[in-house]
Design a protein around this ligand. Structure first.
Ligand code: TYM
Length: 423
């Protein structure tokens, strides 16, 4: 298996962790180490937990695919004890490096979520042990309709699978199905200064947006996110740039805890794409494209029809100069170029050449058609998965069992270190 190519990622915190030791030493001497990946061609080959679970997942039509059946089967496999850690990697077996990421089930996710994060998740699943979560606990910092939250949680999971995440390779689960997230979050909150939380950009933005409900969860949300990441001894976190500050906080908390006790948590690195890490609103290109934008023309959603996508791009705000060129003075055009570039693999220079002398009309049409073509197979697979609720729930139930086994191990370690009585 081949390490990640530096040209394709910007690993914010020392991509050197992803590569072999001699290459790492060499990289650490470079002044750029820690900012640029240097892993082209580096070998990573581990065999662990995921491999041992290959083919363990029930498929539609094989019977016993309901969530309860999966729980019962896992319980039998674990010797009747659903708190057992059987199924987690054995102590002796070396494990693949681990990836964790999450997405909130607060509606159909956007092209921004896809381009900035989710698109990268399936790419990592052969090389890493990947754990992906639908983070419903995070979603309730803003009031949610209970029935809608339940429905959107399933839909988000289906959309992740349709985007290429294979439950045979990756663990996919719902955050609230693994109680260790909330449990570790409490412990970590005692290792996080209050001031660090009030400094978070998202706290400031969200509390300005919802002045009527600035609840404690909005403030402590990054601690829960730290718990998500640290529970799994995560090496790499594929996210968009808006989550970078939260990841930094998770690293600070880990460092503090490790310093007070002994090394307990793995230090996670960010995996943030060089292009597309922040897809902007189509109507206000200085603002991030956001699921909750009230202006539907500003947001492309994963389940939008081709007509809606073509219309939204046609109306996208650009500028009056008519030239397809990237630059800080052209946020609208640069945003469209980023989307087009990520989905076609073309560089900005290629795109400028391709549309030299052609107007914005043709350019917008090409971007829209590329998005339609990229989303079509995902939308088809999504419809198929959503129609098979037994299978989907089975995937999530098995995911929770597998995630829970890993999470409980870390939690037990933490409880022991801080001095909680164990009987
Ligand atoms: P969420 O649900 O807001 O977004 C999910 C992922 O999509 C990325 N993203 C974007 N990327 C590019 N352009 C955009 N316009 C854009 N909008 C969103 C986000 O950066 C994110 O990677 N707190 C997280 C969820 C979370 C999490 C975690 C992530 C909870 N625990 C642990 C990683 C690890 C969130 O609200 O993401």
């Amino acid at each position: 298996m081949i390490g990640l190519c530096a040209r394709h990622i910007l690993s914010v915190y020392g991509a050197v962790q992803k590569i072999s030791r001699p290459a790492r030493r060499k990289a650490q001497k470079s002044p750029c180490a820690g900012l640029r990946g240097v892993a082209c061609g580096a070998r990573l080959c581990y065999h662990g937990y995921i491999a041992s679970h290959k083919n363990a997942l029930s498929r539609p039509g094989q019977g016993g695919t309901g969530p309860r059946a999966v729980f019962r089967r896992e319980k039998r496999r674990n010797g009747g004890n659903d708190m057992s850690e059987a199924g987690a990697q054995s102590a002796a077996a070396p494990r693949k490096k681990r990836v964790f990421s999450g997405i909130q089930p607060t509606g159909v996710f956007t092209l921004g979520n896809y381009v900035g994060a989710v698109r990268n998740w399936p790419k990592l699943q052969d090389e890493y042990e990947c754990i992906y979560s639908v983070v419903d606990e995070h979603a309730i910092t803003v009031r949610q309709d209970p029935a809608a939250l339940r429905r959107q949680t399933r839909e988000t999971a289906a959309l992740l699978l349709a985007s290429g995440i294979s439950p045979e390779k990756s663990v996919v689960f719902v955050q609230s199905h693994v109680p260790a997230h909330a449990q570790l979050s409490w412990v970590l909150s005692c290792f996080c200064p209050f001031g660090d939380l009030t400094r978070m950009h998202q706290f400031k933005e969200k509390s300005a947006k919802h002045p009527e409900d600035i609840n404690g969860g909005l403030l402590t949300y990054p601690i829960l996110m730290a718990a998500d990441i640290l529970l799994y001894q995560t090496d790499l976190v594929p996210i968009g740039i808006d989550q970078k500050q939260h990841l930094e906080l998770a690293r600070n908390i880990a460092q503090r805890f490790n310093g007070v006790y002994s090394p307990t948590f793995t230090m996670p690195d960010g995996y943030i794409p060089q292009v597309g890490a922040k897809v902007m609103s189509l109507q206000e290109p200085e603002k991030k494209m956001s699921k909750s934008d009230a202006n539907e023309n500003a947001v492309v959603r994963m389940l939008d029809t081709p007509d809606a996508i073509l219309r939204k791009f046609k109306r996208a705000v650009t500028d009056s100069d008519g030239c397809v060129r990237a630059g800080a003075d052209k946020p609208g055009v640069t945003n469209l170029m980023s989307i087009y570039g990520v989905l076609t693999g073309k560089s900005f220079a290629d795109i400028e050449r391709e549309f030299d002398g052609r107007g914005y009309g043709e350019f917008k049409q090409a971007v829209a058609q590329t998005v339609v073509d990229a989303l079509r197979p995902i939308q088809q697979e999504y419809a198929r998965l959503l129609a098979d609720r037994g299978y989907l729930d089975g995937v999530l139930a098995e995911g929770a069992v597998r995630a829970g086994a890993i999470a409980r191990r870390t939690l037990a370690k933490v409880y022991k270190k801080i001095g909680f009585l164990q009987l």
